[in-house]
Design a protein around this ligand. Structure first.
Ligand SMILES: [Fe+2]
Ligand SMILES: [Fe+2]
Length: 146
């Protein structure tokens, strides 16, 4: 039996909004890189956007199981950046916000003794931490190149 605590629903909805916002940001960056002729970077940002779409899918499934229609709501405007280093710096902020959101949601679900929600938030936190590490490495490599 799925529990419908209002704060869990709030975290799921906030997370879904975040994930669609991240899809939009990464896709915009992929499009820009294609226009700049940076095919490898375009593929890299496409891959990121697909991963965030996968997160949106997991959150949507969870909301549907709770009998709630998933909606991304009003998305924050993308911050693509004017060059690669600025792109990766903006994405680092995006991923840090995701890690913080999922850590807070996971802690709340654990306090509520809702192990299924806690497991979902923990999985997403772990994957956002991987994104963050990957971006920090890219940032360091780009800074070394500059
Ligand atoms: Fe994500
Ligand atoms: Fe991410």
């Amino acid at each position: 039996m799925m529990r419908n605590h209002p704060r869990i629903i709030g975290f799921l909805s906030q997370a879904l909004n975040h994930e669609y916002g991240a899809v939009q940001q990464y896709l915009t960056q992929a499009s820009l890189c294609t226009l700049w002729g940076l095919e490898d970077w375009a593929e890299n940002f496409h891959k990121e956007s697909r991963e965030e779409l996968g997160h949106a899918d997991l959150l949507s499934q969870r909301l549907l199981l709770m009998g709630i229609a998933p909606t991304g709501g009003h998305l924050r405007p993308p911050r693509p950046g004017r060059d690669l280093l600025e792109m990766v710096s903006h994405d680092t902020l995006l991923e840090r916000a995701a890690v913080d959101l999922y850590a807070e949601a996971e802690a709340f679900a654990l306090r509520l003794r809702d192990p299924e929600a806690a497991a979902l938030f923990a999985r997403l936190r772990g994957e956002e931490e991987d994104h963050l590490r990957h971006l920090q490495e890219q940032c360091a490599a780009l800074e070394g190149r500059a």
